[in-house]
Design a protein around this ligand. Structure first.
Ligand code: MEV
Length: 439
């Protein structure tokens, strides 16, 4: 096959691009120029980015925006957001402003426990395995000491290891289920290193355990890996105000707004089709901050959606109510395993800047900021959905994308942005207006 290649990763960046263009883009005369025009002229900076992954050919830009005016536990934050979707930062800023005037966001870290598992097979007697685990547990902890010493010095480390019997699910399947406190680190490397050490000790020492007969002493390690499901690494974010203060500029009363808003949340609580989109809106805010602060948004996504299904049906992450004394409350509890040290946080210059902008937060503080961004985004989406509809604001923000798609000049942009201040933005309306202007 002419499009396979060996030793690709060893080639220079230029050679990689040449191969790629010759093999897949022979008719695209601009391809090489397009890829290289995104290279940074600061070669040191470019090299840093090249070395984040293998086979880097160029940089892929995402806008970095900021949403100001977030009042969180009486401190004001400007939140950095890396995202391509046109209306997200605008919606976050709007929600921040709305709640700035109504007491702001209240947040609390509920727990910070992380999880990792050694998955193994064992076909001997369960009672023997239980005795072996009891016997070997101190050794598991001791052998992991060189790995955990630094973390312990700072107040974290391995919290516990349990033996879990999963044989009703898979024949002979057990786990060492371990819990960790990783402080300001997301902790993936720390946890995985500890787990691999547990696995080694657990397997190697089994042959010396006298209650295991030679035939049932076999422990087969399947794998050792952290879990991105962290229901005990949980943060809560909340907003509240008297219902009367919810009154919208467009005339809707606070009571009517609260009723509709709560209905919308209730629908997301019971209807998975809606819950997925509702939670996607929350993740618009969460992912953008997670990305801007150099954290792993795939881990966050996987963990959050698993949490949204923890009761057996996929459901809303946020909840709302009006209390007996007329207070509107809107809140969310979500699992967020985040780091403010390690990984990209000390490497990517913009990540460092973003963390500095947030006041160099601890992982706990970052959990609260990220949760607030998610709740704000959800509030903004539900507020639009239950009042004006989502398209009005969304298409206003999307207008510039449509104009850029048709290569509108600066004066055409100015003219049409003005025009659409009072007109409904649709793709065809923009195209028509642009054509009219050009005629
Ligand atoms: C769009 O990115 C997000 C929304 O669909 C969220 C929602 O429906 O709640 C507007």
């Amino acid at each position: 096959m002419s499009n396979t290649i060996s030793g690709f990763s060893k080639r220079s960046k230029s050679e990689k691009i040449d191969w790629l263009v010759n093999t897949y883009l022979p008719n695209n005369k601009q391809a090489k120029q397009l890829l290289t025009q995104y290279w940074n002229t600061d070669t040191k900076l470019q090299q840093l980015h090249d070395e984040f992954i293998e086979n880097t050919i160029t940089n892929y830009y995402l806008p970095l925006g900021v949403a100001p005016n977030f009042l969180i536990n009486n401190e004001v934050y400007t939140i950095p957001m890396a995202i391509e979707e046109s209306s997200v930062v605008a919606a976050a800023s709007k929600a921040a402003k709305f709640w700035l005037e109504r007491g702001g966001f209240k947040t609390k870290v509920i727990a910070t426990e992380k999880i990792g598992q050694v998955h193994f097979k064992f076909n001997g007697k369960k009672t023997h395995l239980a005795s072996y685990f009891k016997f070997i547990k101190p050794q598991l902890l001791k052998d992991a000491q060189p790995i955990s010493a630094n973390m312990e010095k700072r107040g974290g480390g391995i919290l516990d290891i349990e033996l879990r019997d999963k044989t009703t699910d898979i024949d002979g399947y057990y786990q060492l289920h371990a819990t960790f406190e990783t402080l300001d680190a997301m902790g993936a490397n720390f946890i995985n290193s500890c787990l691999e050490q547990f696995a080694k000790t657990f397997k190697n020492e089994a042959i010396h355990f006298d209650r295991f007969s030679s035939e049932d002493s076999q422990i087969d390690i399947v794998m050792s890996i952290l879990s991105n499901y962290v229901p005990e690494c949980l943060v809560r974010a909340e907003v509240s105000c008297p219902v009367a203060q919810l009154t919208e500029q467009n005339g809707i009363t606070g009571e009517a707004f609260a009723t509709k808003f709560i209905e919308a949340v209730k629908i997301a609580e019971v209807e998975p089709y809606r819950a997925v989109t509702h939670n996607k809106g929350i993740m618009n805010g969460i992912d953008a901050v997670v990305l801007a602060t150099g954290n792993d948004f795939r881990a966050i996504e996987a963990g959050v959606h698993a949490y949204a299904s923890r009761n057996g049906t996929y459901s809303s992450l946020s909840h709302a109510e009006v209390t007996d004394d007329g207070i509107f409350k809107f809140w969310m509890e979500i699992p967020l395993a985040l780091g403010t040290v390690g990984g990209l946080t000390g490497l990517h210059p913009l990540v460092k800047l973003n963390l500095e902008m947030l006041g160099k937060p601890s992982a706990k503080m970052l959990m609260q900021i990220v949760a607030v961004a998610g709740l704000a985004q959800n509030f903004a989406a539900l507020r639009s959905l239950t009042t004006t509809g989502i398209q009005q604001g969304h298409m206003k923000m999307h207008l510039m994308n449509i104009l850029n798609q048709f290569e509108a000049s600066p004066s055409e942009k100015e003219n049409l942005v003005n025009h659409f201040k009072t007109e409904t933005v649709t793709h065809s309306a923009v195209v028509d207006a642009l054509e009219k202007l050009r005629r």
